[in-house]
Design a protein around this ligand. Structure first.
Ligand SMILES: *Cc1c(COP(=O)(O)O)cnc(C)c1O
Length: 447
C-alpha cells in the first residue's frame, strides 16, 4: 500500500527528480496560489488581518494526513499511534487527531488533562517522562491509562505504592536505554547511556524481576525512545533489534511481553534541499522487519512528523534596518514565540507571503525579533527578496515545538493559534490582552 505523499509545509508543485523534491512525493497545504500564500483554502494574509501577528496557523488536512501515514505504515500489526503531544498540545488539535483514532503520549499531568479535555479516552494514553510525581500517577490511575512508561526503579516503587493504595494495578512498560547514538542534536538525543532517560538495557532483566514482584504493577511490555529529529533509520533499527532480543530474554524469564512502545523521533525535512528523511512507510517496514514477528501490539509516539510541517508562524516586518556590512529584517515574532533557532540552532525556511516574481532580486538579511537578546536571531545572512515594513513572512515547519515552547519573555503575550480546515479558520487559542497578562500577577497586602 502506498501511503501517499508526505506533506512539507510551504512546498510547491512536485518537481520530480529535483534535489528539493522529497523523492517525487511533495504535496502541500501551504501553497502559493496566484502569488499569495494559502493555508488550505484560506489566504494567510486574511488570517493575519483578522487575528493579528505573530500567529501560529495549523492545517487540519496536513495533521490528519501525517497521522494517517503512520497508521497506514503499521497496517496489519495491532498498533496504536500515540501522538507525542508535547510537540503541539492545543486541545483542538488533540481533538482532531483523537477523533481520527490517535492515542496520546503525555509527559505531565497537564498534558494528561489536556488529552482528556480533548475527549481522548484514558485507554489510548501512555504516560512517559523521567519525573512523574505521585500526584500525576494518581491522576492517571483515577482517569484511566493505557500504560505508564516507567523510567527508573524508584519510580517503579512509587507507582506500585500509589496503585496499591488506590486498590488498582498499574499497567507498565519499562523504558530501556539501548545505548545507541541517534546522531541528532545533543539536546534531543536520549538513547545514549549518559542520558537521563530509561534504565540501561544491560540491567533490564533485573529491573523486570523487581517489577514482577510488585503487586501494584502489571508488566505489559518494553518502551524505547532514542531521540528526536532522526533522519536515518539505522539508529532506530539498532535499538529495535535490541528490543527484540530483550523481548525473547524477558519471555524466557517468564514475563509476559505483549506490547512494544517504540517511541517517536522520526525527523522532518526542515530544509528542502536536505536529503529526505525516511518516510513513515519505510519506518513501518523496518518495524515489521525487526519486531513484527514477536506478536506484540506496536505503539509508536511520533510528534514532530505529525505536527511539524502542519504549522507555520506568520510574522510581520517591523523595520528593515541597514547595519555595518549586514542588513536586518526586524520582525514582530521573536525567540519567545519560536525558540527553536535559539535553542537548537534550528533552521526554519522563512518565505514571503506574497510570492516573489521569478528572477526577483534577493539579498542576504539577518532575520531577528525585537527581544533584547542576541540569541533572538532566526537566521543569519539569509537570502530574501527585498521586503518592506508591514510585509508578511511565514516560518515553515513551525507546528512542532513552536507554540508549546513559547513564553512571555519581555512581557510579550503568548501568540494566538489558528486552525484551518478547508476554507474555514478558527482561533483555537486567543491572544491574551495585556490586562490579562498583567493581572495574573498579584500584589502582597504588605506592599
Ligand atoms: C519527545 C518525545 C517523543 C516525540 O518525539 P518526536 O521527535 O517529536 O517524534 C516521543 N516519545 C517520548 C518519550 C518523547 O520524549
Amino acid at each position: 500500500m502506498n501511503p501517499g505523499p508526505l506533506l512539507i509545509s510551504g512546498d510547491r508543485e512536485p518537481v520530480p527528480g529535483r534535489a528539493t523534491d522529497v523523492r517525487g512525493l511533495l504535496m502541500d497545504h501551504f501553497l502559493y496560489r496566484d502569488g499569495r500564500l494559502f493555508a488550505e483554502d484560506v489566504p494567510v494574509a486574511e488570517i493575519a488581518a483578522s487575528v493579528g501577528t505573530p500567529v501560529y496557523v495549523y492545517s487540519a488536512a496536513t495533521l490528519l494526513r501525517h497521522y494517517g501515514l503512520f497508521d497506514d505504515a503499521l497496517a496489519g500489526m495491532p498498533h496504536t499511534v500515540c501522538f507525542a503531544m508535547k510537540s503541539l498540545s492545543n486541545v483542538a488539535v488533540l481533538k482532531l487527531l483523537g477523533d481520527a483514532g490517535a492515542g496520546m503520549d503525555v509527559v505531565s499531568g497537564g498534558e494528561y488533562r489536556r488529552a482528556r479535555a480533548a475527549g481522548v479516552p484514558g485507554d489510548r494514553i501512555v504516560f512517559s517522562g523521567v519525573g512523574k510525581t505521585r500526584e500525576e500517577m494518581r491522576l492517571a490511575l483515577e482517569g484511566g491509562i493505557k500504560q505508564f512508561n516507567v523510567e527508573s526503579e524508584p519510580e517503579m516503587i512509587a507507582l506500585d505504592e500509589v496503585a496499591r493504595a488506590m486498590g488498582k494495578v498499574a499497567p507498565i512498560t519499562v523504558r530501556v536505554n539501548p545505548d545507541v547514538d541517534a546522531k541528532t542534536h545533543a539536546k534531543i538525543a536520549t538513547g545514549k547511556s549518559e542520558n537521563k532517560f530509561g534504565i540501561p538495557i544491560s540491567r533490564a532483566r533485573d529491573v523486570y524481576r523487581l517489577a514482577a514482584g510488585l503487586r501494584g504493577l502489571k508488566v505489559m511490555g518494553i518502551d524505547v525512545h532514542i531521540g528526536s529529529q532522526l533522519t536515518d533509520l539505522a539508529p532506530f533499527e539498532a535499538a529495535y533489534r535490541k528490543v527484540a532480543d530483550l523481548t525473547l530474554a524477558l519471555r524466557a524469564d517468564g514475563h509476559e511481553i505483549t506490547r512494544l512502545d517504540l517511541g517517536g523521533g522520526l525527523g522532518i525535512p526542515y530544509v528542502r534541499s536536505n536529503e529526505a528523511p525516511p518516510l513513515p512507510s519505510e519506518y513501518g517496514e523496518m518495524i515489521r522487519r525487526t519486531v513484527g514477528h514477536l506478536g506484540c501490539e506496536i505503539e509508536i509516539e511520533p510528534g514532530r512528523l505529525i505536527s511539524g510541517n502542519s504549522g507555520i508562524m506568520l510574522s510581520r516586518v517591523i523595520y528593515v534596518k541597514s547595519g555595518e556590512g549586514r542588513d536586518f529584517l526586524i520582525l514582530d515574532g521573536a525567540m519567545n514565540d519560536l525558540i527553536r533557532p535559539a535553542m537548537y540552532d534550528a533552521h526554519h525556511d522563512i518565505i514571503p507571503v506574497i510570492e516573489p516574481h521569478a528572477g526577483a532580486p534577493v539579498q542576504p538579511f539577518d532575520i531577528v525579533g525585537p527581544v533584547c537578546e542576541t540569541g533572538d536571531t532566526f537566521a543569519r545572512a539569509r537570502n530574501m527578496p527585498l521586503l518592506a515594513e508591514g510585509d508578511l513572512v511565514a516560518f515553515r515547519s513551525a507546528g512542532a515545538y513552536g507554540a508549546v515552547m513559547a513564553s512571555e519573555y519581555n512581557s510579550r503575550p503568548l501568540i494566538p493559534e489558528v486552525l484551518v480546515k478547508g476554507d474555514q479558520f478558527a482561533v483555537i487559542r486567543a491572544r491574551p490582552t495585556f490586562d490579562e497578562m498583567i493581572s495574573r500577577d498579584t500584589m502582597p497586602e504588605w506592599l
